[in-house]
Design a binder for this molecule. Structure first.
Ligand code: 5GP
Length: 188
């Protein structure tokens, strides 16, 4: 393994997806391994970032050891297939992926630290996150509550990050610039 795996961490609603979308066209050499999830697609989300699986399928793959990491989050399963990442690292590529923290901890156990970079997106209080989540797409109150329960654990990971991007409300352009320069430093 000689490539690098960039993990983008931060609570639900912190803006990880927006920041990642911003850099997509800027760094053509980066690759974006897909995730598997059992949650339902949001409107207009039929392909791209996620491979949508039913719970039975997901569990079978987990039992067969196909995942580099997987976790339950907000009442659904999310995971990264080893086959989506390890071949890329062996080829010396740089892969970037957003993850929740339980998965990030598993990745840290499996990938040498000098091939990992952890970027944390800090967007403020739960109240602010909740507003963003509600604005993004309809979500059942129960799922929102479960995301709130995960908020503290996600925020505690900030101290373990190599880079922290501040993304408070109204400062998205600055956050994009910060993120861009962190990624530029990692791929140079
Ligand atoms: P969402 O349902 O909002 O798309 O994602 C919920 C959470 O799961 C987010 O924090 C996101 O970063 C995380 N996530 C997305 N894909 C994966 C994955 O493959 N593994 C893990 N552990 N978390 C993921």
């Amino acid at each position: 393994m000689k490539g690098k795996f960039i993990l983008v961490i931060g609570p639900s609603g912190s803006g990880k997806g927006t920041l990642i979308n911003h850099i997509r066209s800027l760094f053509p050499s980066l690759v974006y391994p897909k995730s598997c999830t059992t949650r339902s697609p949001r409107g207009g989300e039929s392909d791209g970032h996620y491979i949508f699986l039913n719970a039975e399928d997901f569990k079978a793959r987990a039992d067969r050891g196909e995942f580099l990491e997987w976790a339950e989050y907000g009442g659904n399963y999310y995971g990264t297939l080893a086959s989506e990442v390890l071949p890329l690292l062996s080829e010396g590529r740089i892969a970037l992926k957003e993850l929740e923290v339980q998965g990030a901890r598993q990745v840290r156990e499996k990938i040498p630290r000098n091939q990992l970079a952890i970027v944390f997106v800090n967007a403020g209080t739960w109240g602010e996150m909740e507003e963003r989540i509600r604005a993004r797409a309809p979500m059942a109150q129960a799922e929102l509550e479960r995301r709130k329960l995960r908020y503290e654990d996600e925020m505690n990971f900030m101290r373990e990050a190599d880079f922290v991007i501040a993304n408070p409300a109204g400062r998205l352009d600055e956050a994009k610039k910060q993120f861009e320069s962190v990624i530029a430093s990692l791929i140079s």
